[in-house]
Design a protein around this ligand. Structure first.
Ligand SMILES: NC(=O)c1ccc[n+]([C@@H]2O[C@H](COP(=O)([O-])OP(=O)(O)OC[C@H]3O[C@@H](n4cnc5c(N)ncnc54)[C@H](O)[C@@H]3O)[C@@H](O)[C@H]2O)c1
Length: 426
């Protein structure tokens, strides 16, 4: 396949697929984008990003993929990159239906000899047990009619340093030619190193290991936070102290919950697949349990703080700052804020919310209006706008309690003003 003449089709134009498609355009590939969401497709074709993301804001207007909802576009494509979601359901069971339906669309429209790369995060075994058989059942020979590879996406939306252009990648395939073609393709679009893996299963496992590593380490500090709250130790200070060790320690910080489409989701893919093969991932399950408990821990410490002032949960006006799951973005997927709001609702609390990045879902549209209205605050997202609030503003607005769910405010300055401050383990 001659690289720059190859036509690329990215399926799924979200946080992963859209930057990737833009990068392919930038690197000279004729690039199509296929998505089932017509609104998204229309916006992209106007050069507008459906999501708030700096790389896209800077590059989409000048490097626009041709977006469509018509799967027939696959017929023209030499390289197909599948970037559809891999969520879990309400019982934390993996839902591979988007991967299956996207793969079926490729099977229906395959141009013989095409390279099909699954970028979505999946458990080890999905390419072999689900993707490959779909092609074989339709009569295609893998390694001859179609080349299949897996290159797990590592993008961290909003990251000022690492983006689709420079994050190193790993690639696995079923055969030598598939691996060589996939490596060559990624080398043509990514400046970071591309590491060929010995098998597609190992490439799949890399991504789940990376995100489980984070989930476990976050669970560890969340557990420390709960313990250190009882011992009167500031966990943030301890982690910063431990970080002065120049080797064998990596800082992670506690918070009111773990959100996003990856960390609170991906470990379940391994847990469930390993269970089918007779292995029980106790460690991963405990990490998930601890991290899932943090929104209720946050509400518990709010209740304790209000008790100190003999204020009832029901009847005290509470404001929640931040709806997105992480700072300075508008991504609300698996955001711990929703769990916190549900719990507040169960306590009969009348709350208000404000997020400068998600005004549509904010009950109050400006920060001053929210601060004026409430007696207690939960900081659920460490947006720049919240970190920059002068503590005296809290006092001037009569705020009595602050629960800093991201440990992002100046604890001492707030306490000095006579406001009850409680962080997560601090
Ligand atoms: N968001 C991240 O930071 C991130 C980082 C690394 C990896 N990942 C992984 O990448 C994958 C995609 O995640 P995302 O965040 O881009 O998801 P997303 O929800 O932002 O985007 C997915 C897109 O796919 C579209 N879609 C779904 N099914 C489709 C189908 N059958 N055909 C065509 N379009 C379809 C949706 O309309 C949506 O626009 C997931 O497996 C995720 O775990 C995400």
């Amino acid at each position: 396949m001659e690289q720059k003449k190859a036509k690329v089709c990215v399926i799924g134009l979200g946080y992963v697929g859209l930057p990737l498609a833009v990068r392919c355009v930038e690197k000279g590939y004729e690039t199509f984008g296929l998505d089932m969401d017509k609104n998204k497709v229309d916006l992209i074709n106007q050069g507008k990003s459906p999501i708030e993301e700096k790389f896209l804001a800077d590059n989409l207007p000048t490097h626009r993929p041709k977006a469509t909802t018509d799967e027939k576009i696959i017929e023209q494509s030499d390289v197909i990159l599948i970037c559809v979601p891999t969520p879990v359901d309400d019982l934390y069971m993996p839902d591979l239906s988007p991967v299956i339906s996207a793969t079926k669309a490729v099977v229906r429209n395959l141009k013989k000899g095409a390279l099909v790369v699954l970028e979505s995060t999946v458990n080890p075994g999905v390419s072999e047990e689900i993707v490959k058989p779909l092609f074989e059942e339709a009569g295609f020979k893998v390694g001859k009619d179609v080349f299949i590879a897996h290159c797990p996406e590592r993008i961290n939306p909003g990251d000022p340093k690492w983006n689709v252009t420079n994050i190193p990648r790993v690639v696995g395939s079923f055969d030598k030619q598939g691996l060589a073609t996939a490596v060559k393709f990624y080398e043509s679009i990514v400046d970071g190193a591309i590491r060929p893996m010995k098998s597609i299963r190992e490439a799949e496992a890399v991504k789940i290991v990376e995100n489980s590593f984070r989930d476990i380490n976050i669970a560890f500090v969340n557990e420390l936070a709960k313990s250190f709250d009882k011992l009167g130790i500031d966990v943030k200070d301890v982690v910063l102290g431990a970080s002065t060790k120049p080797f064998a320690f990596m800082p992670h910080f506690p918070s009111c919950g773990v959100g996003g489409h990856c960390i609170p989701v991906d470990p379940y893919y391994l847990i469930e697949r390993a269970k089918k093969s007779g292995f029980d991932h106790k460690f991963l399950k405990i990490a998930r349990e601890i991290n899932n408990s943090m929104p209720s821990y946050t509400v518990e410490i709010l209740q304790d703080a209000l008790n100190e002032l003999r204020l009832p949960m029901k009847g005290t006006k509470i404001g929640v700052l931040g709806i997105s799951y992480k700072a300075n973005v508008d991504d609300t997927r698996e955001s711990p804020t929703f769990k916190i709001l549900t719990l507040l609702g169960e306590h009969g609390v009348k709350y208000d919310t404000y997020d400068p990045h998600i005004l549509k879902r904010s009950t109050i549209k400006t920060l001053p209006a929210l601060l004026k209205k409430v007696d207690a605050l939960i900081i659920a997202t460490d947006h720049k706008e919240f970190k920059e609030i002068d503590p005296r503003i809290f006092k001037q607005n009569g705020i009595k309690v602050i629960i800093d769910g991201k440990n992002c405010l100046d604890k001492d300055a707030i306490k000095k003003l006579g406001i009850i401050y409680k962080g997560i383990g601090r």
